[in-house]
Write a new protein. Structure first.
Length: 160
């Protein structure tokens, strides 16, 4: 029996080592993605991003007060996003995303794209723990920085 437990432990050690050494999204450029826009017919992908602009990916929940605060902050400081495309993504129900989009009048801002992620790609990719989650990429889609929760505006602005 003791031999059995010893062999069992040695069999599991490589899995624990691999789990601890898994790579992070921060080592990779912006991934390929596909989200459904608020018109419920248009798919938006990495290929649709405007060329020569940074990208700010904002994962949000329409019910999250911190997310609402973050979108208000982005709207208030929209002039700082002239060289940045904001991609706001949720995996919550499509109807909640549409209501959020209308409530915050996001159609008025060409710098902001809002989409639905029905496959939960983004939350799994980023392994998020808190909303909102923000990931910033440069013009060549190289990872720069991420924030979980509401960052101080000066901290976020430093990367725009």
């Amino acid at each position: 029996m003791k031999l059995f437990y010893t062999l069992f432990l040695f069999t599991l050690i490589p899995f624990f080592i691999k789990a601890q050494s898994t790579t992070s999204f921060s080592e990779y450029p912006l991934p390929q993605f596909s989200i459904l826009l608020t018109d419920s017919a248009t798919t938006y992908t990495k290929a649709n991003l405007p060329k020569g602009k940074q990208v700010l990916v904002v994962l949000f929940s329409p019910d999250c007060d911190h997310c609402k605060k973050e979108v208000e902050s982005i709207k208030k400081n929209i002039k700082d996003f002239k060289n940045t495309q904001v991609i706001m993504v949720t995996s919550q129900p499509f109807s909640k995303m549409k209501a959020f989009y209308r409530e915050f009048e996001l159609a008025k801002f060409k710098e902001i794209t809002v989409g639905w992620d029905p496959r939960f790609f983004f939350p799994n990719y980023y392994k998020i723990k808190f909303f909102p989650f923000l990931a910033i990429y440069d013009k060549k889609y190289k990872y720069l920085k991420h924030f979980e929760g509401n960052p101080q505006w000066a901290d976020l602005k430093a990367y725009l």
